[in-house]
Design a protein around this ligand. Structure first.
Ligand code: BTN
Length: 321
């Protein structure tokens, strides 16, 4: 929802210099009091705004920490993030969005947070996100699909995140099947998709994405296999701009491929997937079997060639890569 404060911010940004309260009120068709309230709201979300008698207001800087105003300033999407919720702190953005989903929030709703206290990873793991260190966000979609047809959403999100990070940071990041983004052997991004469905129809799908941005210390048990953008580039990236870029790329991939994995999408995915060609292991009854990852199916499953030349398709829960 675009409110007066966003419109004020847009005008101050456009103008680059001073704008009087009267001019702002006239331009927006609101009262001087509404302008004053909007300026205060912008200040309390971290914008530095100078005011001078007879001149009015001038935007000096936007806050660096995650905030709605700055994200919207960079956001160029048409559906994803229209309804954008930026929290100060939350247990898990996926769980928070699930509650909104059950209350009927709109398709494309995004929840992000400055701090995630009990974030969820895949396979029951935890996903740490300390205040202002990383990006943790969730996107809710209401696709008109049967539950079995939503599987391409996660690989498409992985593809989008990988492409956006390569473009924004120049890092040679790759996809580790099914949906981690890695640099070398270290993990930079994790994705957790959850679904709420009736027997034959999806109510909503939530894709939660955690990107290690500024984290430089990791718990001992994962330190050898985790990394961050700061560790890899030596640079601090603006998280508001980065989130907007990620959401933009995700919307482009979802729209372009219509939430499916047609051959062109698979080709792109495979070209960025570090797992293809590597050895993977999985359980076959009591035995552990190894094979070479040779491709990905239109449902996002991994195709593995065994030593006898037969090819098996495996889902994410079955494989160790
Ligand atoms: C993984 O185990 O690799 C998946 C990690 C997913 C973490 C993200 S952070 C935002 C969203 N909210 C959560 O609770 N989890 C996901």
């Amino acid at each position: 929802m675009i409110v007066v404060k966003e419109q004020i911010l847009a005008l101050l940004t456009q103008c680059g210099g001073y704008l009087s309260g009267q001019a702002l009120a006239k331009e927006l068709g609101v009262s001087r009091q509404a302008v004053w309230k909007g300026i205060n709201a912008l200040r309390s979300s971290g914008c530095v705004i100078e005011s001078a008698p007879n001149k009015g207001y001038r935007l000096v800087s936007l806050p660096e920490y995650l905030n709605e105003t700055a994200i919207r300033k960079h956001l160029g999407t048409s559906v994803i993030g229209n309804n954008l919720i930026v929290l100060d702190s939350v247990g898990s953005t996926n769980d928070y969005l699930k509650r909104l989903g059950s209350d009927g929030c709109e398709n494309g709703t995004v929840v992000t947070t400055r701090e995630q206290k009990s974030g969820k990873g895949r396979l029951g793991r935890v996903w740490q996100s300390k205040r202002d260190e990383n990006l943790a966000f969730s996107i809710l979609l209401r696709p008109k699909l049967a539950p079995k047809d939503v599987t391409p959403i996660t690989p498409l999100a992985g593809l989008a995140v990988c492409k956006a990070l390569r473009k924004t940071t120049g890092l040679d990041c790759r996809i580790k099947w099914p949906n981690d983004i890695i640099i070398g052997k270290k993990k930079l991004v994790g994705i957790l998709t959850e679904m709420c469905a009736e027997f034959d129809a999806v109510e909503y799908v939530i894709t939660g994405i955690g990107v290690n941005v500024d984290q430089i210390e990791f718990p001992e048990e994962i330190a050898y296999k985790a990394t961050s953008i700061l560790l890899e580039t030596g640079r601090h990236y603006d998280k508001n701009r980065l989130l907007a870029a990620l959401l933009g790329q995700i919307e482009r991939e979802f729209t372009r491929y219509n939430l499916e994995l047609p051959p062109e999408a698979l080709e792109e995915y495979v070209s960025l997937c570090a797992t293809i060609g590597r050895s993977v292991t999985f359980k076959k009854g009591e035995r552990t079997v190894s094979g070479a990852a040779v491709g990905v199916t239109a449902a996002g499953e991994l195709r593995v060639m065994l030593s006898d030349g037969t090819v098996r398709t495996l889902n994410a829960g079955e494989v160790t890569v």
